[in-house]
Design a protein around this ligand. Structure first.
Ligand code: PLP
Length: 346
């Protein structure tokens, strides 16, 4: 049976050039970049080349980038590293943030949920693009508050501007890069104490760098502009699909529809249906979609991000997320829509 993949926001396949680069690096550049012999120095040189290329791509300074393994780890390093200084001060967090971010802030003392912004706000945390609805959010500019952006879903899907933020998390496996390579970007003035001791990454993240994955990440960044063009071509397909599905019932809606959204993402509210049952039926029919964040799939709880938008628990449980890969075709979208129609009419 043919399979159709509509879960790009969970993970996307690496670009073919990335596979080549990672493959070559695993056989040629396997030495430890911290070693002082010639093999190690060659690995160090390749690592710093990748850092410079990525910094140029993002418009930041190379020394401001910390290589790590995932956006979750980047959030852990950053919030853990700033907790001593900021953990007791009022901060403002978007309630729809990814659990990778919320989990790291669990025991901070004074969390205010956006749009409530305390006067003495020391830090604002805002995702650039929501993983479930695709909604794009500008970074609030609040006095001297540090501005932390979760850019995990934005990178490679819409143009990104880090200039109005002070730190960001970026993930490789959603933009054509390999799993296991991600970035923490942070301005040097941030109060930061390392939580993962070690000499690597200027003591900000201990542990031998995964050079092959990092070289793959730098290769993926080279293809971001073509990826952005392919992403932009998805918006009309996505919009037509939403119009068709919403025409089947007045109980069906699209989350955050009037807002600016990622061009590939559609969160469909199918009132009266179980999102989980629909997702499983689609899977059996050959279509991979999700009920929201991959980290919540299979969880008994409804999505906190959907509930934060003011929807009831049964409504939150009726949502399915369709997130298209660059290159998705009209024929594939029509096949998905046809299968969904048959499932909803059973
Ligand atoms: N932030 C957002 C908005 C995400 O969608 C995800 C993953 O789905 C993450 C953070 C975590 O990324 P990673 O899988 O690289 O840990």
């Amino acid at each position: 049976m043919d399979r159709f993949y509509f879960d790009a926001n969970a993970s996307a396949p690496p670009h073919p050039k990335v596979v080549e680069v990672v493959h070559r690096a695993m056989s040629e550049d396997w030495a430890n970049p911290t070693s002082t012999h010639r093999e190690g120095q060659r690995a160090r040189h390749r690592l710093e080349e990748a850092r410079r290329a990525l910094a140029e791509h993002l418009g930041v300074a190379p020394a401001e980038l910390v290589f790590c393994s995932s956006a979750t780890e980047a959030a852990h390093l950053l919030f853990g590293g700033m907790k001593t200084e900021l953990g007791d001060r009022p901060i403002c967090v978007n309630p729809g943030e990814h659990s990778a971010v919320l989990n790291q802030l669990q025991d901070w003392k004074h969390i205010n949920w956006a749009p409530e912004i305390p006067k003495e706000c020391a830090m604002v945390v805002q995702m650039g693009a929501n993983n479930e609805t695709g909604a794009l959010k500008p970074m609030p500019q609040i006095g001297k508050a540090l501005r932390i952006m979760d850019a995990a879903q934005m990178w490679g899907k819409v143009p990104m501007d880090l200039s109005k933020s002070d730190a960001a998390f970026l993930s490789g496996h959603k933009m054509g890069g390999p799993r296991g390579a991600a970035l923490l970007w942070m301005r040097p003035m941030l109060p930061f104490e390392p939580v993962m001791e070690g000499p690597q990454e200027r003591r900000r993240r201990g542990g031998t760098e995964d050079l092959a994955a990092i070289l793959g990440l730098a290769e993926a960044a080279k293809h971001v502009s073509e990826r952005l063009e392919a992403q932009a071509r998805l918006a009309p397909l996505r919009d037509a699909m939403e119009t068709e599905i919403c025409s089947w019932s007045s109980d069906f809606d699209v989350l955050c529809k009037p807002e600016a959204r990622l061009p590939n993402t559609s969160a469909l509210l199918l009132r009266g249906h179980s999102g989980e049952a629909v997702q499983m039926a689609l899977d059996l029919a050959g279509f991979a979609v999700s009920t929201g964040s991959a980290c919540h799939s299979g969880s008994v709880k409804p999505s906190h991000a959907v509930m934060a938008l003011g929807y009831s628990e049964p409504e939150a449980r009726s949502v399915i997320r369709i997130s298209m890969l660059p290159g998705t075709t009209e024929v594939q979208v029509e096949a998905l829509t046809g299968a969904l129609k048959r499932i909803l009419r059973r």
